[in-house]
Design a protein around this ligand. Structure first.
Ligand code: FES
Length: 165
């Protein structure tokens, strides 16, 4: 992590007004702005951590907690809700042991809900990273998630489809 932070700062060293590009670069390389990153930036730019934090939190683009390796998004829009996606959400919560907005302790999976994934014809629907999993059933869900929880990332379900509508 320290090396990535150094790499992110190096091109901007000595440049005035470089705080935002440095924060963007760190987030791009590390996925978020850690406490360590604030400390290193403060030393290099000769600013207080408090000042940097104040600037960083002004912008919604910056994250301050480590994101999950894989993000599950469960749609609770009208079409998905009508087709029972709340039950699928409950099943996911039970299977991976986290609630909406949380990340597993090993940072492998995160869980969010959304209001429409733009593929209502596939309802009920969830995505994991960029992959769409439509017509979800408890059995299908179990199969999909078991592959992630067993450490096989990047699975593809035969029935999963890319965004179409
Ligand atoms: S309501 Fe779920 S994809 Fe549109």
């Amino acid at each position: 992590m320290q090396k990535l932070i150094d790499e992110a700062i190096k091109p901007y060293e000595g440049e005035k007004g470089s705080l935002i590009p440095i924060l963007q670069s760190i987030q791009e390389k590390c996925g978020y702005i850690s406490e360590d990153a604030f400390s290193v930036i403060a030393q290099r730019l000769k600013m207080s951590e408090h000042e940097i934090y104040g600037v960083a939190t002004f912008y919604t683009q910056f994250r301050f907690t480590r994101p999950a390796d894989h993000l599950i998004k469960v749609c609770l829009g009208t079409a998905c809700h009508v087709k029972g996606n709340s039950l699928n959400l409950n099943n996911i919560v039970n299977m991976i042991g986290i609630k909406e907005g949380e990340v597993t302790s090993d940072y492998r999976l995160g869980l969010e809900t959304v209001h429409c994934l733009g593929a209502c014809a596939l309802a009920p629907l969830a995505t994991i990273d960029e992959e769409y999993y439509g017509n979800l059933s408890p059995r299908k869900l179990e199969k999909i998630l078991s592959k992630y929880t067993k450490g096989k990332a990047g699975i593809k379900d035969e029935e999963s489809k890319k965004k179409k509508d």
